[in-house]
Write a protein that binds this ligand. Structure first.
Ligand code: HEM
Length: 386
């Protein structure tokens, strides 16, 4: 990022975060980073001459993995939209097969190696406990040697943790580009509690209230899982807290789609400024007035028995990244010229009430939320991290 900015090129922060979260999760799951960050970053569309070596980077190494993973996920998202009818559109071809072949060339050897290691070093004593520095894959080989289960489970966690954290970090930085006073306050907290160069610790992060508020406010306005679904196992009646409303009967088997995106912007639940980006709402009197009274109005990680398993991992990963980013850079700005034309908000959004009239990017969703065309930013370099 530093190199690109020094060449006066904007950086696609969304792409960068996609690489960072993939490297972080592959290291945590398999003990081996896919090294997507080392592959070279894309150039903005408005660069007159892209260096010739760039064409040899796309479609190679970890970039090939990233492209295939994105294609496979798109196929799954399309199937989701088509519902039960999707098999009709794939009678002659399983559209996920080709990209998944590429994904498998990266994942299968890691899974096979882990199974082999377990066979060679299995001990009944060690197999009962979680060992220090053990990867999730290594731990799971204590439970099964089934290659398919191990691959599916690790890929599931990789995908659950990757796009969601990428979306939050992307939108958090988008907000920092739009609200310089929030960037300044966050930077002040970082410099006061961690300093300009030190690596943050878990203890530091626990004390950083404004940082947590910035992340939560981002998760409120742009929940990475904007739409979720549940099915009723049995007939159920929901009584409305509003006496004037009739109870709701939900028959067994009914599927209920619910939108966190809409719920987390409702003025009746969050106050008249619900559409404003205001991290302070998680710190000032608004906290007890709204959220503490009704904790279920804020559900970016869902809740109950199927709450996100990676919530603490995500908060730490995102906090660490934002601390390092603001130690290194200030004056984060959106480079509107570098945004591809189709990624800009449509003209008819101008003057619309709420966030729609304010946004400078085009938020979209497939299974998770993203910024169409990326998030192209510039920033001023502060000091080097030793
Ligand atoms: C900002 C980051 C994240 C957000 C907003 C998020 C959000 C969610 C949501 C809403 C669910 C519930 C989905 C449902 O039941 O319909 C979920 C489940 C899950 N998440 Fe996350 N997640 C994040 C990061 C992570 C990370 C980093 C990991 C792993 C390291 C992870 C692993 C999981 C797993 C395994 C489940 C399934 C839990 C179950 O069904 O029992 N998530 N997440």
């Amino acid at each position: 990022m530093k190199d690109r900015l020094r060449q006066n090129h904007a950086v696609d922060f969304q792409d960068l975060m996609g690489r960072f979260t993939l490297d972080a999760s592959s290291e945590f799951l398999f003990g081996t980073s896919l090294k997507c960050l080392s592959m070279g970053l894309p150039y903005p569309h408005n660069v007159a001459q892209v260096p010739s070596e760039w064409s040899t980077i796309t479609g190679q190494g970890a970039n090939r993995f990233m492209e295939a993973l994105a294609n496979a996920q798109q196929v799954v998202a399309d199937r989701h939209v088509l519902g039960i009818y999707w098999p009709l559109t794939e009678i002659f071809e399983d559209k996920a097969l080709k990209p998944m072949k590429v994904v498998s060339t990266f994942i299968d050897p890691l899974v096979r190696d882990a199974i082999k290691r377990r066979k060679e070093h299995s001990s009944s004593e060690k197999d009962q406990v979680v060992e220090d520095h053990e990867t999730l894959l290594d731990h799971m080989t204590k439970v099964t040697a089934d290659e398919k289960i191990l691959k599916d489970e690790t890929l599931n966690i990789m995908i659950a943790g990757r796009d969601t954290s990428t979306a939050t970090l992307t939108m958090a930085v988008y907000f920092l580009t739009q609200y310089p006073e929030a960037e300044a306050r966050l930077r002040h907290e970082i410099l006061t509690l961690v300093g300009p160069t030190r690596q943050p610790t878990f203890e530091d992060i626990k004390d950083m209230k404004y940082l947590r508020a910035v992340i939560n406010e981002t998760l409120r306005l742009y929940p990475p899982v904007p739409l979720d679904v549940r099915a009723a196992k049995e007939d159920v009646v929901f009584v409305s807290p509003d006496q004037s409303q009739p109870p709701l009967f939900i028959p067994a088997g009914a599927t209920i789609l619910y939108s966190l995106y809409m719920m987390q912007r409702r003025p009746d639940l969050w106050g008249p400024d619900a559409e404003e980006f205001s991290p302070e709402r998680f710190l000032d009197e608004r906290l007890s007035k709204y959220l503490l009274k009704k904790p279920w109005i804020f559900l970016p990680f869902s809740g109950g028995p199927r709450i996100c398993l990676g919530q603490q991992f995500a908060y730490n990963e995102m906090s660490c990244l934002l601390i390092r980013l603001l130690q290194t850079f200030s004056s984060l700005t959106l480079d509107a010229d570098a945004q591809p034309p189709d990624s800009r908000p449509p003209a008819e959004w101008a003057g619309k009430p709420g966030r729609q009239g304010m946004e400078k990017i085009r938020p979209m969703t497939h299974l998770t939320l993203y910024s169409q065309g990326g998030l192209w930013i510039k920033a001023t370099e502060n000091i080097s991290i030793r």
